[in-house]
Design a binder for this molecule. Structure first.
Ligand code: MRU
Length: 350
């Protein structure tokens, strides 16, 4: 998608360097929405750190970053032992989004079929293929989601939570892909953007939508229920970090409450997901590991000062107890359907 007049993916290779010495460029999402900055990753440690610190974030994107992390590792030491160590380092960064483990396993399985001498370049080729495939899948999600929005002769109000846009994937995004398609097709859409405390990923969603000219309004996380009651929401579309075999959905904390409110108000609640987000080995949501993040994400807030600098302030004394679960589980019974690259399916069929 575009930033100003320039087309960007959220991660791209430095094609000026020979494959084995290549880095990848990322958009540093810690700086957004206050500053647009890019950074370069060139080692396994760089990739792991970018994922853990959330300079890259969103389930599909952390998967692709991890795939490139495997490529960095394979170019240094392509032995089975070294690759297994790299896989462990990457998978330890964030536990909830299955796309990360999925991508690492895809690369590992592919490299295991090859002699070590070929693994470095093969890992790059494979990571690039996963990145391109992510774009194709999200584009297809957009096409399949479009009919849910199109065909109404009025503004369609869509509520979304967190950021499941192109910043969270390689391009298009998942939940935002149908919205971008609808906007581009001339449908009148308006997006209610949950702020998504404590990391405020809604501000990334707002930034993205503004770059693309999509009308939207940022709301505090607790506003959605009342907006639904008042008839201001036509449908909800969110992304997911993991979907269990029975259709239970792990997504950003607060998703569950939105799904409950949608159910109570008869509003369709859709979850947009690429293939790598389905975890067939997880029977239901109960065993999904919910990441607990540092309490300082609640105690502190970042923003722009009057002089234009990015600064952090304390909003809670350091000694105050906080709990910071980063994801929740929405039971399948609250999900109207999954928007997948192959079409919209009911939870039981997903
Ligand atoms: O903690 P984050 O910002 O990585 O969480 C992101 C989400 O919860 C997204 O909704 C999810 O990964 C889907 S992104 C297409």
């Amino acid at each position: 998608m575009k930033v100003g007049e320039t087309y960007y993916r959220s991660i791209w290779e430095d094609t000026n360097a020979p494959v084995r010495q290549r880095g990848v460029h990322i958009i540093d999402q810690q700086q957004l929405p206050h500053r647009f900055a890019t950074a370069t990753l060139a080692t396994l440690a760089d990739a792991a750190d970018a994922i853990a610190s959330m300079r890259v974030r969103g389930a599909p994107l952390i998967g692709i970053t991890a795939a490139y992390g495997m490529a960095f590792a394979a170019c240094v030491d392509s032995s089975d032992t070294a690759l297994s160590h790299a896989a462990q380092v990457l998978m330890a960064t964030r536990p909830t989004a299955v796309n990360l483990a999925w991508a690492v396993q895809q690369v590992s399985r592919h490299l295991a079929t090859l002699p070590p001498a070929f693994r470095g370049e093969a890992a790059w080729t494979y990571a690039a293929r996963l990145a391109d495939d992510d774009v194709a899948q999200n584009s297809a999600i957009g096409e399949h989601g479009l009919p849910l929005i199109a065909g109404r002769d009025r503004v369609v109000n869509i509520l979304t939570h967190c950021n499941a846009g192109w910043l969270a994937a390689v391009d298009w995004g998942t939940a935002l892909a149908p919205i971008y398609r609808a906007h581009d097709a001339g449908c009148r859409v308006h997006v209610w953007v949950d702020e998504t405390r404590p990391r405020n990923q809604g501000l990334l969603t707002s930034w993205e939508l503004a770059q693309h000219g999509v009308p939207h309004t940022v709301i505090v996380d607790n506003a959605g229920g009342q907006l639904m009651r008042d008839g201001h929401v036509d449908l909800c579309i969110v992304g997911a970090d993991r979907v269990a075999a029975n259709g239970d959905v792990a997504n950003k904390i607060g998703t569950y409450l939105k799904a409950l409110a949608a159910k109570d108000n008869g509003i369709p609640f859709f979850v947009a997901v690429p293939d790598g987000t389905f975890d067939a080995a997880m029977p239901d949501g109960r065993a999904i590991h919910i990441e607990e993040r540092h309490g300082d994400e609640i105690r502190k807030m970042r923003g722009l000062t009057a002089t234009g600098e990015v600064a952090e302030i304390d909003v809670l004394p350091a000694d105050r107890a906080v709990a910071n679960p980063a994801f929740d589980i929405t039971p399948a019974r609250l999900v109207t359907g999954f928007i997948t690259p192959r079409g919209v399916v009911a939870p039981g069929a997903a």
